[in-house]
Design a protein around this ligand. Structure first.
Ligand SMILES: Cc1cc2nc3c(=O)[nH]c(=O)nc-3n(C[C@H](O)[C@H](O)[C@H](O)COP(=O)(O)O)c2cc1C
Length: 382
């Protein structure tokens, strides 16, 4: 259940108003919005925020998933989450009209201490809410709980001081984490689709700050081997966009740059390539924790000599994929996925394997997002 702890009665009302709507967590057939594809990574979240009265469309037929989530919109959402209690004082910001559609929300959120203005009597209602602002507002809404600092983000120094504990909490609670390259990107604006996903994660957190298992929603694992980081970057994007867990397939003896030099006939990869019996690379670990819980498993690898890099073979052979949907993906300089997915499927012998996808070595989040949106995965967490 909800965890607004500030504001006593107001927040109790919120808890009563917004119990989980499990129907909204089932696979989406038709979102009702022309611009929200039922297979998109945010479709279930959009349904959730709509069905729970948190966010509505920008018109009867559109949600505008790529549109900006403005600070005014967020205040209005928070206000709805609290059950739209009576507001006794008008908004005190000179750029917030007395009777705008978000005015009561801004007034209530400011009076509840959830939001603040820019310090010059302005609230900036049309400004995009930034990632660190959203983390801070939800953290305050949760009662400003303490959280482990965890590992620093690469751009930790860019965080505003007020947002530091909030961002620690957002990451540890699973509500909002960093990008695949370990940046939090604190000043980036949040889109409406992202806001829907984050708000749903927030609303479905359990009391300990860990997202609840909604029961009908499949669990996603992104397992990958990456020698030079390209596949790791794509894997991180998939995990972030699907809400999946990451598992790195790590050789017990990692590959050095010299090991990977295919132009050197004495290098480790060339030796292993030329001697197939040497490709049975020992792994540091074979089976992820809670393996049985995963319904959808993405498996990523670089292409080596037109095929899946062989360290991934041991992972595939060691695990039972029965009942799981398996989606291979690879990165390469130019080669396609080729027969690599089919070979791994045969090696595994279990699981329902999909065709998979090849990404260029420098693939970015948008490439991954476009692919995920094109997938028709019944029941995947997208
Ligand atoms: C030993 C070796 C063999 C490779 N063979 C191919 C290949 O056949 N086709 C191709 O397009 N790229 C090939 N590459 C390039 C990698 O597939 C590409 O750089 C990939 O993105 C690396 O992923 P990673 O950074 O996750 O290890 C090869 C790289 C190495 C090290």
């Amino acid at each position: 259940m909800r965890k607004f702890r500030r504001g006593g009665a107001v927040l109790t009302a919120l808890a009563l108003s917004f119990s989980l709507n499990l129907n909204a967590l089932a696979a989406v057939e038709d979102t009702g919005y022309a611009d929200v594809d039922a297979g998109s990574w945010y479709a279930q979240a959009v349904e959730y925020v709509r069905d729970n009265g948190l966010m509505s469309g920008t018109s009867d037929t559109e949600f505008s998933p790529d549109g900006v989530m403005s600070r005014g919109m967020l205040a209005a959402v928070l206000y709805r989450m609290a059950g739209s209690p009576p507001v006794t004082e008008p908004p005190s910001f000179r750029d917030v009209p007395l009777h705008g559609w978000y005015s009561e929300g801004v007034a209530w959120a400011a009076q509840s201490g959830l939001v603040s203005g820019y310090g010059d009597d302005r609230f900036g209602p049309d400004d995009p809410v930034t990632r660190e602002q959203l983390a801070a507002i939800l953290w305050r809404s949760a009662g400003s709980p303490a959280a482990d600092a965890g590992q620093d983000f690469a751009d930790e120094a860019d965080l505003s001081p007020y947002a530091v504990p909030a961002v620690d909490w957002a990451r540890s609670s699973g509500v909002l984490s960093g990008w695949a390259d370990n940046r939090f990107d604190p000043r980036a604006g949040v889109t409406r689709a992202e806001a829907a996903v984050i708000l749903r994660a927030f609303q479905t957190m359990d009391g300990a700050g860990t997202p609840e298992e909604p029961g009908e929603e499949p669990d996603v694992l992104v397992a990958y081997f990456s020698a030079t980081g390209n596949t790791e970057s794509v894997a991180g994007c998939i995990a972030e966009l699907t809400g999946g867990d990451l598992f790195e397939i790590t050789p017990a003896q990692p590959y050095t740059d010299e090991d990977l030099d295919w132009t050197d006939e004495d290098s480790r990869v060339v030796f292993e390539y030329e001697n197939p019996e040497e490709r049975d690379v020992e792994l540091a670990a074979y089976t992820p924790d809670n393996w049985a819980d995963y319904d959808v498993v993405y498996i990523g690898y670089p292409i080596w000599w037109y095929d899946a890099a062989w360290p991934v073979d041991g992972f595939v052979e060691a695990n039972d994929f029965t009942g799981k949907t398996v989606i291979p993906f690879c990165t390469s300089s130019s080669s396609g996925l080729g027969e690599s997915g089919a070979r791994l499927a045969e090696l595994a012998g279990t699981g329902t394997w999909q065709a998979g996808q090849r990404f260029r070595s420098g693939a970015d989040r948008e490439d991954v997002q476009a692919w995920l949106e094109s997938l028709d995965l019944n029941g995947s967490r997208k």
